[in-house]
Design a protein around this ligand. Structure first.
Ligand code: HEC
Length: 227
């Protein structure tokens, strides 16, 4: 196991130093005691926590049959904090697999302000600050995204449906951020779940602020769009 950083050489010396330090009563005389104190002080009577018989992440191992120190997840177990039973919150779809048309938690002013801040950071480079698809990266040659305020959804077009992006279910916006779509990469690693919803909420705000029909629908309670 050449990768293990175990310092066996020091172990015996450290043990004997520890014994001497902890039992001064057994020492022959004051001179010897003083010597031991000096040696102990110089070499350190402390445990060396940095040197341990443990593996570094993703290191190989001779011990396990598959040669890997990192062990696979035990089937049927869920890591703490990663139980995703609320599919509406984590996938933007209900228990039947349909896109949700409502937000899984309330879009308060505070949440929407957070959504604006996150949109400006993560999305505006391509979609532009107003959602028109004219971000800096696009100006330098990246695939132009659709205008979020007036174009048809390309994802729905692939399913043979003509649906304006102002009309799609809000679960679709969440899903696109989470999984990515076409030339757009997934943002599930960079943006936590609740922030993705906050951004989806802010996309609706952008649309409502520029498209009177969306504003009308919001005022009459149809917040989330069609499936
Ligand atoms: C690197 C550039 C880039 C970034 C950053 C980006 N997008 Fe996109 N987005 C695109 C492109 C390009 C498309 C069109 C994909 C295609 O047609 O292949 C798209 C498509 C979309 C669509 C429409 C999907 C459909 O149904 O047609 C939505 C909604 C969307 N993006 C939202 C977002 C949001 C919200 C963010 C921020 C979290 C974001 N995007 C970040 C490039 C980007």
């Amino acid at each position: 196991m050449k990768d293990e950083r175990v310092n066996h050489r020091d172990t015996a010396g450290a043990a004997s130093r520890a014994a001497l330090c902890s039992s001064p009563a057994r020492l022959a005389g004051p001179t010897l005691c003083l010597c031991v104190a000096v040696v102990g002080f110089c070499t350190g009577c402390s445990q060396q926590m940095a040197v341990q018989p443990s593996y570094r992440p993703l290191k190989p191992s001779d011990f396990f049959a598959d040669g890997r120190a990192s062990r696979p997840v035990v089937p049927g177990t869920v890591a703490r904090g990663q139980l995703r039973v609320d599919t509406a919150l984590h996938a933007g779809r209900d228990d039947n697999g349909e896109l949700v048309t409502d937000f899984p938690f309330e879009m308060t002013e505070e949440v929407l302000r957070r959504g604006k801040q996150r949109f400006d950071i993560f999305c505006s480079v391509c979609h532009g600050l107003t959602g028109h698809g004219d971000g800096r990266i696009v100006k330098r040659g990246f695939t132009p995204p659709p205008d979020l305020t007036k174009d048809l959804s390309r994802a729905f077009r692939l399913r043979d449906k003509d649906r304006l992006l102002t009309e799609v279910a809000v679960g679709h916006v969440f899903e696109v951020i989470t999984l990515g779509f076409g030339a757009m990469p997934s943002y599930s690693e960079q943006i936590p779940v609740r922030d993705r919803w906050a951004i989806a909420g802010y996309v609706r705000v952008l649309q409502a602020s520029q498209v009177p029909t969306v504003r009308e629908k919001m005022l009459h309670g149809r917040k989330g769009g069609k499936k």
